[in-house]
Design a protein around this ligand. Sequence first.
Ligand SMILES: [Zn+2]
Length: 373
Amino acid sequence: MRSWSIHVGRLFGVEVRLHLTFLILPLFVFWTEYNVHPANGPRDLALVGIILACVAAHEIGHMLIARRAGLIPKAVILLPLSGVTVFDESRAEKPECAAAVWKREVQIAIAGPLVNLVFALVAAGVILLAGAGAHLREWPFLQSNNLPRSLVWANLYIAGLNLLPAYPLDGGRILRAFFARSIDPAAATRRAVSISHALAMVLMVAGLFSNTWLTMVGIIIFSAAQLEERAVIFQSVLDNVRLEEVMLTDFATLSPADTLEDALDKAVHSLQDDFPVVRGSDMVGVISRQRILEALRMEGNGYVQAVMNKLFEVSARQESLASAFRKLTSHNLSIIPVVEDQRLVGIVTLQNLMHSMALLAESRKLRRDEQGS
Ligand SMILES: [Zn+2]
């Protein structure tokens, strides 16, 4: 997600990123406009601006409804005629019953196109009242020669486009929510993504023989589906992988009676950044290499007992990565001891989770590609 988009700012506390395909838009507008009338840079740029504003308004619509439903938007990626809102899954609450999820998904999906429809109606109303002779129903609807008319139609196009049943466009999301009522969410997403890829192909080819905008729409749908699929693979790794599959079982521990100098000596010989502190077979605390160093620097040599963190959370080996991830991020921890019958059997650290999730996502994708071919 990050590699194909650039940070442009924040809106309502949510990071706004511009997908690189957005750069196609100005080039595309200049090119199509150049075919109909002599180049007019400022007006063409204004048309690009209008389209960007309509997409942003659309995404704000989704974001506000999502936030009301208790989801936390993390970033919005703006694509030329649509957008993708990335939610902070690690902080989301446990999913409720399927019917509630389905209803919420549909409400969030509808909100975007609805904003554009309202904007189009208001803009058309204002234009008609002003009697500016905007010729609202004259072809071509989107043209830099007539910016007020373009404002109305850009909103209508964006609403209409996003209602196509092409995941992750809003119409496709409604379709996925519908599939997810009978099959599991990851499979529902895959089914929606395949329909989306097929539709994108049809549009790209059809555009070559008719309107080039269609080709552009096809390209956008294709890249958006790709983005979303990656997020879903990641999420399914989070949900389906148990801690016992990724926890570190070969790790160093410290004793509360160790001196900080001894602890540092052990830390030097280990790749770990965080250490469980055990007395006999009891977990009594956790401490990081950083904390050991700080304590040594500030207070001189002392005992691990005095500086270790006694507040920590433990997990069971059957817990999912998603649950461990939530514990780590919500309490700002860097290590979770994995226990069985109150015995320490492994540790999970943020560093090791990030590493193994990337590996697992990659291996699943490879496996799926093999199955597909
Ligand atoms: Zn939308």
